[in-house]
Structures are given as structure tokens and as C-alpha cells.
Design a protein. Structure first.
Length: 469
């Protein structure tokens, strides 16, 4: 087993890799070989990849090695391994969105995120898995089967950025990009001890933007999330929801919350009750913020159950529209849970669907109003710890609401950045994520605070990555 004193190349952070490349003590090809070896050893169990081509990885790493040797590297992160979720377009590569429906679309061009990574010289190791249409908080897919957690394969990877979370936890290199419409980056982050950011709306441009959707990093540390943001958080005209954000300072220097006004929310007002160990971990985290000099005050629930229910029902209607358009043969291969989940949308009237959609705006309004007085808002990422890998959701009845996204979804709708950072490990080994949210356009500050929290949370709240195979 790898010791903490001599980590494998696949486990090095992006700063260590690029320092080695610049000094000539390490090459992207050497790193790629170790990542490939890790993938080949763990993939039969984890199933984090939809697309993985070792020959292409070696070719791309060799090209980066040559650039470093010639002094023509494309950026400081040239040669750093990265994975992208399968719904992030790569030109000429199928994009099935987790379903076994035949003949998936094949994009003619890259998504903005893919372009930014390639322009920086990053080596794309592969495309990571997701559940059907991204509408599950697990790695259960009609196309891929099960994606399992990188920390403990008996547990869910989380979803819908299932493979991204598993790849990050398992050490398939330092950079991983997922997407999130209600918690799909932060849930895998919480359940696998990662630092995972749902950024401000439009900060990372999308080629298929819509309300609540974002792309963002899943990494083992806040510093690597910051480094990845410096690559992909750049404007692109293809995203009509993007805005002219002021330039951000992607410094990895930890930022103490001293002098900040910080709210702590322990009850979302809807969804599943918070488990006692999760609540205790968030209370410990809040105490660390207070000890650092922050003004810490409680925040009452601000989202009523009917608001969350309305959004979930709108998603059912939207997915039913996709499902209804399929042929009988195509419907037969969609995951049964998803078919039953979206089937409830068939009975909604047009007025009910419109009212459900309006709850997105209502959630955004309520979230902005409740959080405006504070610099930061602390909460659980999710009320529950990781569940069995075979389960599609924490609540396995497809006709109940998504009660585990009550803390995460508000920030998708409001467009505010929110990060999951490891805050505790239960007695049974399952990880607990602290969600820290802030105002739109403060992603750089938010990640620096997350980096600070990593320095004070203690070993008992941190995953020891050296213990993984």
C-alpha cells in the first residue's frame, strides 16, 4: 500500500505535477502511465469510465512531454490528467447521457469546457459515467450498470456526476469535471470526501445551458479545484446564460473567515431530516469558523416543501416529454426507476407543469433573499450519508420527492456558488460534506475559504488518500 511519504504519480496534485514537468524530473508520459495503471486496476470494480482509450491517452501525454522538452507548453497545466463527464461534449465521441437507448448523439464540436482543457494541454483520460439523463443521485445506469464509490465500492459514488466522483476519489489524476442541476457535483463530493464546486451561473460556459445547470470541478483538494477553475472559468459565446464576471483571482492561498458574517442552516425546511452525525459535523465546522473570528448566526429554513416538490415535478414533466418521444423499443431500455419516476409527469396538466416551473424562480428569489445578509452560508450538503451502490436514490420510491437535495438545489436555482468540502467521517467510515455558499461572482473567495477549512478541520474529518489502493 502506498505510503503518505511517497505518493504515486497518479496521486500528486496539479502543482506537484507541473513543478516536476518544469524541473524535468517528471514527464506527462510517466504520469499518464501511472494513471492508466490505476484505471486498469480499479475500473473492473468501480466502472467510472464510459470512454477510456489508453492508446490515445499515451499519444496525448507524449505530445505534452515533447512540448515541455521544447519549452512550448500550452499552459502551466499542460500534461495534467483530467476526466470529463460523458454529457460534456467531445467532438466525434457519442454522448448517451447514461441511457442504453441506441444511436446516441455524436457532437460535431467540443463543449466549451473541453476546448479550454485542450487549449491548456491537459490530457483527457476519458469520459466519466452518469445515470440515465442525469436524474439520479447515484451511479445506476441502464447503459453502464453500476458505478461504485472510489472510497468504498459498497457505497454509492453519488450522482449524477457518478464517474467523476469515483475517478477523483480513486485517484485517476487530479482534475475532474462534472455537471450539476440540483446537487450532482456536490453529492458525489460529500459522499466521497472531495472538494466539489457548483460555480456561479454561467461562470463555466456550457453548450447546453438551462436554468440551474452548471459544470464544475471535483477534486481531492480546494487548491486543485482552484487550479481547474483557472482553466475552464472563461467566457464563451455559446452559453447564453453567461455574464461578464469581473476577473477572479484564482489564488490557492487559504483565506480565513475572520470578520465575515456567516450563517449556519441545519434545517432546510423540506426533504429528509438531517442525520445526527451529519448535524454534529456541521456544528463542529461552524465552531471552527467562530473560533477564527467569524460572526456565526443561525439561519432558519427558507424553502417550503411545496417549492422543492414543484421543481421535482417539473423535472418529471420534462423527462416525460423526452420519454414519450421514444419508440416502444427505446423505452424498454430506459432504467425502470427512471421510467416510473418520469411517468408521474404524464398526468400533470399544462397548468401544473407551468406552476412547477415557476417554483424554480420562487426558489431563486427565496434563496437570494435569505442569504443576502451573509458573506457565507454553512449547511450540510445532504441530510444523509452514502447509501448502497445498488440503490438509485436515498429514498428508493420513485414517486416520492428528491428529499436529499433540499440543501443543494436552492443554489442551483439562485445561481450562487456552493462548494462541498469534507467535514467529518462517521464511525462506519462514511464521509460528511460541509456546504459553503456565497454570493454570485465570489467563487474565488469561496474556494479560498474552503482551502482554509481544509487546514483546520483536523485529520479526523479528512480522507487519508494514501490508504487507497
Amino acid at each position: 500500500m502506498t505510503s503518505a511519504a511517497s505518493p504515486r504519480l497518479a496521486d500528486l496534485d496539479a502543482a506537484a505535477l507541473t513543478a516536476g514537468y518544469a524541473a524535468g524530473t517528471l514527464t506527462p508520459s510517466e504520469v499518464a502511465e501511472d494513471v492508466i495503471a490505476r484505471v486498469e486496476a480499479r475500473e473492473p470494480e468501480l466502472n467510472a469510465f464510459y470512454l477510456f482509450d489508453a492508446a490515445q491517452v499515451r499519444a496525448d501525454a507524449a505530445a505534452s512531454t515533447q512540448r515541455w522538452a521544447a519549452g512550448t507548453q500550452l499552459s502551466e497545466f499542460d500534461g495534467v490528467p483530467v476526466t470529463v463527464k460523458e454529457n460534456i461534449a467531445r467532438a466525434g465521441q457519442p454522448k448517451p447521457s447514461g441511457t442504453a437507448i441506441p444511436n446516441p448523439p455524436v457532437p460535431a464540436q467540443n463543449a466549451p469546457t473541453t476546448d479550454r482543457l485542450l487549449e491548456a494541454g491537459a490530457v483527457i483520460i476519458g469520459s466519466t459515467t452518469m445515470p440515465d439523463w442525469g436524474m439520479l443521485s447515484s451511479g445506476v445506469s441502464s447503459l453502464h450498470g453500476l458505478t461504485r464509490g472510489g472510497l468504498n465500492p459498497a457505497h454509492t459514488s453519488g450522482g449524477s456526476s457518478a464517474g467523476a466522483g469515483a475517478a477523483a476519489a480513486a485517484g485517476y489524476g487530479p482534475f475532474h469535471v462534472g455537471t450539476d442541476i440540483g446537487g450532482s457535483i456536490r453529492l458525489p463530493g460529500s459522499w466521497q470526501g472531495l472538494t466539489a464546486l457548483k460555480p456561479s451561473e454561467g461562470l463555466i460556459p456550457l453548450d447546453v445551458p438551462y436554468t440551474g445547470r452548471a459544470a464544475g470541478p471535483l477534486t481531492r483538494t480546494a487548491a486543485d479545484a482552484i487550479r481547474l477553475m483557472s482553466i475552464v472559468a472563461r467566457p464563451d459565446a455559446r452559453d447564453y446564460l453567461t455574464r461578464a464576471y469581473p476577473a477572479m483571482d484564482w489564488s490557492t492561498e487559504p483565506l480565513s473567515p475572520a470578520g465575515m458574517r456567516v450563517a449556519v442552516q441545519l434545517d432546510a425546511g423540506s426533504g429528509i431530516p438531517v442525520e445526527p452525525e451529519t448535524r454534529a459535523a456541521i456544528e463542529r465546522a461552524a465552531a471552527l469558523f467562530a473560533e477564527a473570528g467569524a460572526e456565526v448566526v443561525p439561519l432558519a429554513p427558507f424553502i417550503a416543501p411545496e417549492v422543492l416538490d414543484g421543481i421535482v415535478n417539473y423535472w418529471r414533466s420534462r423527462s416525460w416529454a423526452d420519454y414519450e418521444a421514444l419508440s416502444e423499443a427505446e423505452r424498454a431500455v430506459v432504467l425502470p426507476f427512471i421510467a416510473e419516476w418520469c411517468g408521474a409527469g404524464a398526468s400533470f396538466t399544462a397548468a401544473e407543469t407551468v406552476r412547477g416551473r415557476s417554483m424554480m424562480d420562487e426558489m431563486a428569489r427565496l434563496t437570494r433573499a435569505a442569504t443576502e445578509p451573509f458573506d457565507l452560508v454553512l449547511s450540510p450538503v445532504t441530510p444523509v450519508a452514502a447509501f448502497a451502490a445498488e440503490d438509485p436514490m436515498p429514498l428508493t420510491d420513485p414517486l416520492v420527492t428528491m428529499g436529499h437535495i433540499s440543501f443543494t438545489a436552492p443554489y442551483n436555482m439562485s445561481g450562487q456558488p456552493a462548494v462541498s468540502v469534507g467535514a467529518g467521517i462517521q464511525a462506519d467510515g462514511r464521509t460528511i460534506g460541509l456546504q459553503i455558499a456565497s454570493h454570485i461572482g465570489t467563487d474565488d473567495m469561496l474556494l479560498r475559504v474552503a482551502a482554509w477549512f481544509e487546514t483546520v478541520r483536523g485529520a479526523e474529518a479528512s480522507v487519508d488518500w494514501s490508504l487507497l489502493p
